[in-house]
Design a protein around this ligand. Sequence first.
Ligand SMILES: Cc1cc2nc3c(=O)[nH]c(=O)nc-3n(C[C@H](O)[C@H](O)[C@H](O)COP(=O)(O)O)c2cc1C
Length: 390
Amino acid sequence: MDSLLAPLFEPLRIGSLQLKNRIVMSPMTRNFSPAGVPGERVAGYYRRRAEGETGLIITEAVGIDHPAALGEAGIGESDLPHLYGESALAAWRHVVQQVHEAGGVVFPQLWHQGVMRHQGTGPYPEVASMRPSGIWGPQGGLTSSPDSYVQSQLVPTQPMTERDIADVIQAYARSAAHARDCGFDGIAIHGGHGYLIDNFFWSVTNQRRDSWGGNHRERSRFAAEVVRAIRSAVGPDMPIVFRFSQWKQQDFKAKLAYNPEELEQILTPIADAGVSVFDASVRFFDRSEFPDQGGEDGLLNLAGWAKKLTGCLSMTVGGIGLNNGMYDSNKQGGAQASDNLPALMKRFDRGEFDLVGVGRSLLQDPHWARKARLGLGFDTFSNEALSVLN
Ligand SMILES: Cc1cc2nc3c(=O)[nH]c(=O)nc-3n(C[C@H](O)[C@H](O)[C@H](O)COP(=O)(O)O)c2cc1C
C-alpha cells in the first residue's frame, strides 16, 4: 500500500451504499452508443475500470427520457447513450451486471443538454430545445465551441413554459426510476457545464421573472425540484451525486457565485431536497475558490466550500495526477503525469472533501486506482485515449 495515498483507500458509506475507496471515475462522454444503446464494448470498458479497483464509476452523461435531452451539441456527438426504451435499458442492465461482477459500483449521470443542444439534431430533431429564457449565452464568452455553432445558437428562441418545466422534471424522475430498475447503485445528476440545470442557475441564461427565476436561491429552485423528484422516485437510501460548476461551455470564465454567501444560497435548497454528495467540477483541484476569505477558509477549493456550507459529502476533481486541464490537453495532444498527489492529499487529510474524481487518467489506464493503491507509476495521458474504449 502506498502510504501517502492510504487514506484514499478508507471505505466510505453513502446512505445504504458502502464504497471500498474514495476514487471515483469522473463522468466522461464517449460517444460509442449507436442509436443511444451502449453495447458490449461499452460494458467491457466500464467492467475494466471496476476490475482496476475504481471505488465508484460514474458513467458518461446519459440522456434522460425527454425528447429534447440530446442533440449533437454542435461538436459532432451523435452516438450518445440514453436511459429509456427497452433496448437501451436492457443494455444498461448488462453494463451494471458487468461492473457488479467485477466488484464495482456504478451510477449513471443523468443529462439534459438544455441550451447547448444543437437545434434540429438528436433523436427527436423536430423538437425545440429547452431554454429557460430562450437564451444560449453571452456573445463573446470564452468558449471552445466552433463559431458556426455559437452563431446559430445565439438566435433567441421561446422560453420554456410551465408545462415544459414540469415535463422535464418528470423525465428526470422517470429516468432515475429506470436507472434503479436497471440495478444502478445510485444516481448522478449533471448540473454543470452550461447544460439545462446550470441554465437555470446562471443569471445570463435565466432571466425569468416567475418562480423559476430571481436571486441565487430562486434560480436554484429548478435543480432542487429535479433532486426532489428523483429522491421521491428512488427512495430515501439511494445515493444522489449532484455535479455543479462555476464555468460554462458558453464562457469558461463565468461564475455562479462570487462569494460563499452566494454559493450557500445556491446549494442549500439542493442539499435540502435530498442530495448525498456534491461533485464540484473545476479544471484544477488545487485552487482556492474564494482566496480573500483568509485563514483556513481561504484555502478551500470549490468542493471544500460545498462540504462546509451544506454538511453534505463532497467530491473534488480536475487535473488529479496530470499537469494540465482537459481543454489544454485537447490542444496539446495529451498531458504528462504530474506529481500533484501530495497537494491533493494535503487537502484530503484536512477533510476538505471525501471523494476524488479522476477523469482522463482513467481513460488512459483502467487500472489507475489499483496502481495508486500499490504506489506504481502512472501513464502519460495521450489524446488517443479519447477515441478508443481501451
Ligand atoms: C472526453 C471527456 C468527456 C467528458 N464528458 C463529461 C460528461 O459527460 N459529463 C461531465 O460532467 N463531465 C465530463 N467531462 C469532464 C470530466 O468529468 C472531468 O471533470 C474533467 O475531465 C476533469 O478531470 P481530469 O482532469 O481528471 O480529466 C469530460 C471530460 C473528458 C476528458
